[in-house]
Design a protein around this ligand. Structure first.
Ligand SMILES: [Zn+2]
Length: 402
């Protein structure tokens, strides 16, 4: 059995201990001490890291029989004395988040009767799962109440009680383990059975911020950050907002409506461009048809064109093939990959979708359509080769002369 120093003295970050056991376990070396201040992963709180002597401790686990295993980089002989040191920054972060969770869970419970049914302390954010759904306003009320308790800088106490005594303490959260209870009390606010590590006064939590929330398993999952994480998050948001404001020239609180306005304007412009493109295409199509070459019974337009996107090429090909006897196969002239639009007047008997499919077989890309109109993209290769291929494919797909 390992004596857990953190049960009684969570502030202890350096300690002396004796090595009871050092074993290899599937490629890992695990050291068991007679006493430790290292916290093992449990109760939603991740493990500490640190050093035993000069040897790094990368993981700490609960072993089967109430012993704590320290996963280390190299063996330490049983019987030796070691000085353990815990990475303070990581531990303090965990204490801030975990204590914040107690306070926040108690606030949800006291204000709204919403009980915490799950807790996870993640690498970046932590979550509380509540057994009922709360709206934005009740959530904000609980957040405010939790911060009030933080700023009142109330002491936290560790109480030990038997199971029967525990029943009289009015615990918000019952014990998971059997035997004597370890109860964490936030003065005049909350008592919960918990084996984790917590700060000594609520003020050390700094601030508790709800980050996001969503419905989850009949209740809801609330993401939150405390203390230094909240500061980090604020800085990231500040930079993101400042970056957006440079483009929009509005005060931060007007950002959502400015983005909404910009999107609406963008949509309007796209609609206008589409209309203009169609009108321009009808005009340009006449010139294209004027350049058409007779090929057997049809008039053929096979060209690559600058400055037309997929929508424009399609409009152009459609407008050209509105003339009887015309097959128009158009490619974008710009850099790879090319887009293509193929349109065939019904009396030509040429199937645009088949022509496009054969072209894609040679130059890659994809697309589809109907006999009268097909469009595709992702074609790669020399435009001259694509144009020659189109001529060949269309010539081969002409119906036999009567
Ligand atoms: Zn706790």
């Amino acid at each position: 059995m390992t004596e857990r120093i953190y049960y009684g003295d969570p502030a202890c970050l350096e300690f002396d201990a004796a090595v009871l056991d050092c074993t290899a376990d599937g490629g890992r070396t695990i050291v068991v001490l007679d006493r430790t201040a290292f916290y093992p992963t449990s109760g939603g709180q991740p493990h500490d890291i640190g050093w035993l002597g000069g040897v790094p401790v990368s993981n700490v686990i609960e072993l089967d029989d109430d012993r704590i295993g320290h996963v280390v980089d190299s063996p330490i002989p049983a019987g030796s004395a070691v000085r353990g040191r815990i990475d303070r920054a990581r531990r303090f972060d965990h204490m801030q988040q975990h204590t914040g969770q107690h306070i926040l869970s108690a606030a949800f419970d006291r204000l709204h009767g919403a009980r915490t049914v799950g807790f996870h302390l993640g690498a970046l954010v932590s979550t509380i799962d509540l057994d009922k759904v709360l709206g934005a306003e009740p959530l904000a009320d609980a957040e405010a109440e939790a911060n009030r308790v933080v700023w009142e800088d109330r002491p936290l106490r560790i109480l030990t009680a038997s199971g029967e005594e525990g029943a009289l303490l009015g615990l918000r959260k019952e014990a998971v383990r059997s035997g004597p209870l370890r109860v964490i009390e936030v003065e005049r606010f909350d008592r919960s059975a918990c084996g984790g590590t917590h700060v000594a006064r609520t003020g050390e939590v700094g601030v508790i911020v709800l980050r996001s929330w969503e419905k989850f398993r009949g209740g809801m999952r609330v993401e939150f950050v405390c203390g230094a994480r909240a500061l980090r998050e604020f800085r990231a948001l500040r930079d993101a907002v400042a970056g957006s404001l440079r483009f929009l020239s509005v005060p931060p609180q007007e950002l959502p409506s400015a983005i909404e306005g910009a999107q609406a304007e963008n949509k309007e412009l796209r609609r206008a461009i589409r209309g203009l493109t169609e009108r321009l295409a009808a005009h340009e199509a006449a010139a294209l048809v004027g350049r058409a070459r007779p090929a057997g019974p049809i008039r053929l337009v096979v060209e690559s064109l600058d400055d037309w996107d997929q929508t424009g090429l399609t409009a152009l090909a459609s407008a050209a093939a509105a003339q009887p006897g015309v097959v128009a196969a158009l490619l974008s002239a710009g850099p790879d990959p090319a887009v293509a639009a193929i349109a065939c007047a019904p009396d030509t008997g040429v199937n645009a979708a088949v022509v496009l499919r054969r072209l894609a077989e040679r130059f890659g890309g994809k697309g589809g359509g109907k006999p009268g109109l097909a469009q595709g993209g992702g074609l790669t290769g020399e435009r001259a080769a694509m144009l020659a291929a189109l001529e060949e494919i269309i010539a081969a797909s002409l119906p036999p002369a009567p």
